[in-house]
Write a protein that binds this ligand. Structure first.
Ligand code: DX5
Ligand code: ZN
Length: 232
């Protein structure tokens, strides 16, 4: 993957039909998804449970674009190799998941996969200052992680702006996740976010039998982002 700051839409399959992931992944990619975002939850770091490595391995053959695996788990280190072997292209870990996020990011890099670091809404931008040489992506959570369909937390915009300034010309993506839709995306991209995770706003109203709705939803987010960048 060559680095660029063009806008990427990463639908979260947390909002897909859990009985039909293969077709759901193929449908969102055919409808314009740039990445596929996989939300891994452990019922401990966050109050919900989702996908172990065997599930991610089952998704892999269906993903033709880029599989971005967001680990909301603690501890992280014992599972990094398993998610790498399952076929993640990028593995993102939370700065709050343990005392040794630096070691965790080194371990992700050692697998040969891209590495991301994520911050919960209450965690300051400065917490990742000394991690930037170890990451390909910073994920700013714009909801408290655990569930899809939550209300966007506006302070994420200011945090994105601060992190964009910290990054300078380093090849690091800024991703936002939670409550991203055509009404919230503008200030985020103006502040410097280039990778937009969206669950409800992509899957809402569609299905594998009505995939054109996914396409229209993805386009609506992309167009709102483009309008905001043009106006800026
Ligand atoms: C939250 C997850 C998100 C979530 C986003 O814990 O990390 O990826 O699925 O869902 P929406 O877009 O519905 O807020
Ligand atoms: Zn996520």
């Amino acid at each position: 993957m060559s680095f660029d700051r063009s806008i990427k839409i990463a639908p979260s399959i947390l909002s897909a039909d859990f009985a039909d992931f293969g077709r759901e992944i193929r449908a969102i990619e055919a409808q314009g998804a740039d990445w596929v975002h996989v939300d891994v939850m452990d019922g401990h770091f966050v109050p919900n449970l989702t996908f172990g490595p065997p599930a991610v391995k089952a998704f892999r053959p269906h993903v033709k674009t880029f599989m971005d695996v967001h680990l909301m788990i603690a501890p992280v280190d014992p599972y990094i190799d398993a998610y790498a072997e399952a076929g993640a292209d990028m593995i993102t870990a939370h700065v709050e998941a343990g005392p040794h996020i630096h070691r965790t990011l080194q371990a992700i890099r050692a697998t040969g996969k891209k590495a991301g670091v994520s911050l919960n809404p209450g965690t300051p931008a400065e917490s990742i200052e000394y991690l930037l040489d170890l990451v390909d992506l910073v994920l700013v959570m714009s909801v408290n992680p655990g569930f899809g369909g939550q209300k966007f937390i506006p302070s994420a915009v200011d945090k994105v702006r601060k992190i964009r300034a910290m990054i300078g010309d380093r090849p690091i993506h800024i991703q936002v996740d939670g409550g991203v839709d055509p009404t919230t995306v503008g200030p985020l991209v103006e502040a410097g976010a280039d990778c937009l995770v969206a669950g409800s706003a992509v899957f809402r109203g569609g299905s594998v039998d009505k995939p054109e709705v996914y396409g229209a939803n993805i386009r609506a987010i992309r167009e709102a982002a483009a309008r905001a960048l043009q106006a800026a």
